[in-house]
Every structure is written in structure tokens, then in C-alpha cells.
Design a protein. Structure first.
Length: 433
């Protein structure tokens, strides 16, 4: 056009006075199933999401205040380029009559409806009625102040609000990767210097899909959601990742020690449900078992048959940990709960002719009972219907099985063992060294 002078477009907004209900009042209307709102109710909120860069699609997320919000929600609608109508920070007014209210994984949402197998769920509000229900307030846009928070401080009250997660970086394993795989929703991982993790959700259709993840540390801003009981963050653009600090120093929190070893293995003759494995820490300090594994080689197998990840446990100084494959039966028999409850066919559920191995975080065998590749039946490492008890003068693990370090009870073992089946609970002392 020759004439480059244009009038500014008319501002379409609503300054009508409404009586509002709060987001919490609206959420309280939901009880176990999707409902349609029949009353002339109205809510207001402040837009916190944007589909400008394609990481959001047909949804608008909003919270009840521009800063220090008490809660948030989202509305699903058939409206592409919603950012052209609803800017981040803008106050919107939503007329609820006729809309549907639902909840999924802690996230409350409103919109239209769809039915699957007879069950109603909140779906997208048809485009032709979007602006009948969602109005732009004439109130000035003063922006949104995200809630500053560390990963460890995230909680349910922050769901569907804008948060700024501080002092985080992309996990080392994902450096060099793009934000998302093309045309696939992709999960990437943020981590802080304390090894706390937070999933970041990126669309494979986002404009920044092919960009490489940043390799520094900083603040990640986005809408907090939840899936499978884990918090997740959805950013609006790459600008939501303000990473300009040096990365965390590598935190070494995996340790090895020969002072942790197997102190007792039980296969009671009268009750297979009372089996257990006991570990002992002979050092004067508590030790984390992060990265440690207890492994079982069944019969004469040379490959690991089953294993137990001990990472979440700490074994106290001069302390014991008891592992049971049947916690309920263990308590019935011995009168107290085991420290670790695992499943059947695990290393704690051996029938007496298997090899049990304790492995440190670096893959080194710290202690072993039995011989890998040799069935224990009729040998000096059989404990079928009995027990293998570490002698009290043993104060460290041994990566080579040494029968003289053990008192071994069984029904048909070789010389050096005691052919005397053991019965629970009288012949066993779990949690006592």
C-alpha cells in the first residue's frame, strides 16, 4: 500500500462489572467427575501461557493474581494463535455457564466436552463460542511476576501457576541434545546442585524444537504441571531459560567401603516366607548406599538373575539393614518390620544354593557368598533349609568366597558345614550382629 499511515485497531475489552467467584470456589465444585456449570458464575485470572512459539496448543493457562497467586487453572479451546488475543499478564474474564469443569493429575481445567466410552471429559471449547465465554478485561496489563522457588520447594499449591525455578541446569547426560525430537513431545531434565530433578516438557512442533539445550546454569521459568506424581515444567520460549552462570561442580555422593558386608543369609526350613539377607556396616560412620546393588546368581548361572538397588538407603555406623522378600510374613515371624521390603525371587529370597553378591557404585564386588557359576547344592556354600552366618571376627567384606569366614547350616552340605536345618524364629537373629 502506498499510504503507510494506519489507525490503531480498536481495543476490544470488557469493563462490565461482574461478581466473581474465586478459583478455589470453582475447584471445590468438582467432585470425582466432570460436571457442566449451570449457574451464571464468573471468574477472573491473569494469562501466564503463550502459544506464540508453539510449545502450547489450544490451551490458555491462567492464575488468580499477577504475583503471589493462590492457584491457577487452564481453559481448553479451539483457538490457534491465542497470544494475538490474550497476552501474558492480561486479565481475562471467563463466563462459566455452559462450560465443563474437570480435573486430571491435580490440574483443574474448564472448556468444552468430549465423551469416551460413556465418560465425559473436558475438551476444547468450540472456536465460535470462545469469545462469548472468554473476555479481555480493560484493566491495564502490568505483567506477571513468577514465584521464585527451588526444586525442593515445589508444592501442590503452585500447580498451574508461573514459577521461576532457580539454580538449575540441564542434566549432563542431555547436553548437546535439542529441546525436542521433531514432531514428538520430549521430556528433558533440569537438575540442581543437590541432584534434585525436574522434568521439562517440550513440544516437537515448537519453533525452538531444533535448538540445542543451554550448557550453563540459571533460572527456568514456566507453568508448573504434574504427571505420574512428578512435577513438570512447560516453558513458553527459550527466553524462559535464563542460563548464564557456571554449572554446578560435580557432586560426588557415591562411596565405596569394604566395611559393608553380608552378615547373615536365611532360608528357614519351616517357613520360606521368613527368608532374609542382613547387611552390616563395621565402620564408625554411617554410609550412603547410593549406587550399591545386591545381586543373585541363581544356581550355576553366570549372569545376574535378580538384583536389589540399595540407593535410597543409609546404613548407620555399626548398624544393620535387614532385607525381606515377604515383609508381612517377616513381621509375623520375627515381630518387627524389615528395613527393606523386596519381592520374591530377589536376592533376599534364595533357596540356599545360589550365589549372593554385594556390589559398590563403581561395579566392584565388595562381598560374596558362594561361587559364581557353581550350584551350591552339596557344597561348602549350601545353606538350603538353614543359614549362612558371618563369624564375629570378620570385620570386612571379601570379594572371594572364603568358607572359613562363615558358619553354615544346611540339610545336605559338604564338609565344613553343619548339616542341621534351622527353624524360624528360634534359630535366627535378624538385626542382631
Amino acid at each position: 500500500m502506498k499510504d503507510k499511515e494506519f489507525d490503531a485497531p480498536d481495543l476490544e475489552c470488557s469493563d462490565t462489572e461482574f461478581t466473581f467467584i474465586s478459583l478455589s470456589e470453582l475447584k471445590n465444585m468438582y467432585v470425582d467427575e466432570t460436571i457442566q456449570i449451570q449457574e451464571d458464575l464468573v471468574i477472573k485470572g491473569y494469562v501466564i501461557s503463550s502459544d506464540k512459539d508453539g510449545n502450547f496448543f489450544n490451551t490458555i493457562h491462567f492464575q488468580d493474581e499477577p504475583s503471589n497467586p493462590l492457584g491457577g487453572m487452564k481453559i481448553e479451546l479451539e483457538l490457534r494463535d491465542a497470544h494475538l488475543f490474550f497476552n501474558v499478564g492480561q486479565q481475562i474474564i471467563i463466563k462459566l455457564k455452559g462450560l465443563y469443569l474437570g480435573e486430571s493429575k491435580g490440574i483443574y481445567k474448564i472448556g468444552g466436552v468430549f465423551t469416551s466410552f460413556g465418560n465425559r471429559s473436558v475438551g476444547r471449547l468450540p472456536k465460535n463460542v470462545v469469545f462469548d465465554h472468554v473476555l479481555v478485561s480493560c484493566k491495564g496489563n502490568l505483567g506477571i511476576e513468577p514465584t521464585s522457588v527451588a526444586i525442593s520447594e515445589l508444592n501442590a499449591s503452585m500447580l498451574n501457576t508461573l514459577v521461576a525455578v532457580t539454580d538449575v541446569e540441564i542434566t549432563q547426560e542431555e547436553l548437546g541434545e535439542s529441546f525436542a525430537i521433531k514432531e514428538e513431545e520430549t521430556l528433558r531434565t533440569l537438575v540442581d546442585c543437590g541432584d534434585n530433578e525436574l522434568v521439562i516438557v517440550n513440544s516437537g512442533y515448537a519453533d525452538f524444537q531444533a535448538e540445542i539445550l543451554p550448557d550453563k546454569m540459571g533460572t527456568a521459568t514456566g507453568i508448573l504441571t504434574k504427571d505420574n506424581n512428578e512435577y513438570q515444567l512447560i516453558i513458553r520460549s527459550v527466553d524462559d531459560l535464563s542460563f548464564n552462570q557456571e554449572r554446578c561442580e560435580d557432586l560426588i555422593d557415591e562411596f565405596t567401603s569394604s566395611l559393608i558386608f553380608i552378615s547373615e543369609i536365611a532360608d528357614p526350613d519351616n517357613n520360606a516366607g521368613a527368608r532374609f539377607v542382613e547387611l552390616y556396616n563395621a565402620s564408625e560412620e554411617s554410609l550412603s548406599l547410593k549406587g550399591w546393588m545386591l545381586e543373585r546368581y541363581t544356581n550355576d548361572n553366570i549372569q545376574v538373575s535378580s538384583s536389589i538397588d540399595l540407593s535410597e538407603y543409609v546404613i548407620e555406623a555399626n548398624g544393620l539393614i535387614v532385607i525381606s522378600p515377604n515383609a508381612e510374613e517377616f513381621k509375623n515371624v520375627y515381630g518387627f518390620e524389615p528395613d527393606i521390603s523386596v519381592g520374591t525371587n530377589s536376592p533376599a529370597d534364595s533357596n540356599g544354593d545360589d550365589t549372593i553378591v554385594l556390589v559398590d557404585p563403581f561395579g566392584m564386588i565388595i562381598d560374596i557368598f558362594g561361587v559364581i557359576g557353581e550350584d551350591g547344592s552339596n557344597t561348602n556354600h549350601e545353606f538350603e533349609d538353614g543359614a549362612a552366618v558371618r563369624k564375629l571376627d570378620v570385620v570386612s567384606g571379601n570379594s572371594i568366597f572364603t568358607a572359613s569366614e562363615w558358619t553354615i547350616y544346611n540339610d545336605t552340605g559338604d564338609a565344613g558345614t553343619i548339616n542341621q536345618p534351622q527353624n524360624a524364629p528360634l534359630d535366627f537373629s535378624p538385626s542382631v550382629r
